[in-house]
Design a protein around this ligand. Structure first.
Ligand code: CU
Length: 292
């Protein structure tokens, strides 16, 4: 085929869909093109159907001496309006399959360079982020140890958990700030402490429900350093608006420096696991440092 569909879709996207936030994700442009295709198909169908509707209203308006008549079905019309949507939806399904599996299917998650845990919560409304400690290994999660002081339920008997870093909201209207490196495959294990939340990174074209009792894998690869919005896309309660956070995408160097700084703020002798209140004591410290 000489007609380049993806070029045409890119043009259509740039020209018309400028309300989209900037895409900084490796798989984002594919999803944007899919959105543009469905958008334009919907616009076209809207004008066609309403055009026909209005034309028929005018053509078959009341006229003196014209009588209504009854007829029973029209095979051509029946086939047309059954088959056209069938092909349309099957086409959309086939076309979206690759973009969908790449961005969503658990079995297509690439080898992660960075893995973090993200937890939505309703008491105060926000997101909590857990990074493995300097040992690079997460402590085991123990369901029975989940508490307000230890929301991830980090197992106090697991030595790997003692250095885990937990970032929480600094409180008030200030958003939580999480850092991640650019050009790396980031794997997020996502869950919720209470109700359904939805982890939404508009610039990364990532949106995934956070479901209590389940850890769902989400991945992305950010291509541009900067400060990006984290939102909750599920109306989760009265403080829903307060779930806004900031995702700061750093170069690997800046990310390492930030992580080092966070580890230093969390003194090793105040390991959280031995005392479940320590996890909370560490977290506010870690957020008092502003960005480097
Ligand atoms: Cu929420």
């Amino acid at each position: 085929m000489s007609f380049d569909v993806s070029k045409a879709m890119e043009w259509a996207y740039k020209d018309m869909l400028t309300f989209f936030p900037e895409n900084v994700s490796t798989f984002g442009s594919e999803l944007d093109q899919l959105f543009a295709m469905i958008y334009y198909a919907s616009v076209a169908i809207f004008f066609i159907t309403y055009g026909i509707l209005i034309a028929f209203i005018i053509m078959y308006r009341h006229q003196e001496g014209r009588r209504a008549y009854h007829y029973h079905g029209n095979n051509l019309v029946e086939f047309t309006w059954t088959l056209l949507p069938t092909f349309l939806f099957a086409g959309i399904g086939l076309w979206s399959d690759d973009a969908w599996t790449k961005s969503k299917s658990a079995y297509r998650v690439p080898n992660p360079d960075v893995t973090i845990d993200v937890l939505g919560y309703q008491s105060g409304f926000g997101w909590q982020f857990r990074y493995p400690g300097p040992d690079g290994v997460f402590g085991k999660k123990e369901r029975n140890q989940i508490s307000s002081a230890n929301p991830f339920g980090i197992d106090s008997n697991d030595v790997h958990g003692k250095d885990d870093l937990v970032i929480i909201s600094p409180g008030g209207a200030r958003p939580v700030e999480a850092h991640l490196p650019i050009n790396k495959n980031v794997l997020v294990n996502l869950s919720s402490n209470d109700v359904l939340h939805s982890f939404f990174l508009p610039n990364f074209r990532v949106k995934q429900d956070a479901v209590p009792g389940q850890w769902i894998k989400v991945w992305f690869n950010g291509t541009k350093a900067g400060r990006y919005e984290i939102a909750c896309a599920e109306l989760c309660g009265s403080g829903h608006y307060n779930m806004r956070g900031l995702l700061i995408m750093d170069s690997q160097q800046d990310y390492d420096a930030w992580l080092d700084q966070q580890y230093k703020l969390k003194k090793p002798e105040t390991a959280p696991a031995a005392d479940s209140t320590a996890a909370l004591a560490v977290a506010p410290d870690s957020t008092t440092t502003k960005k480097n």
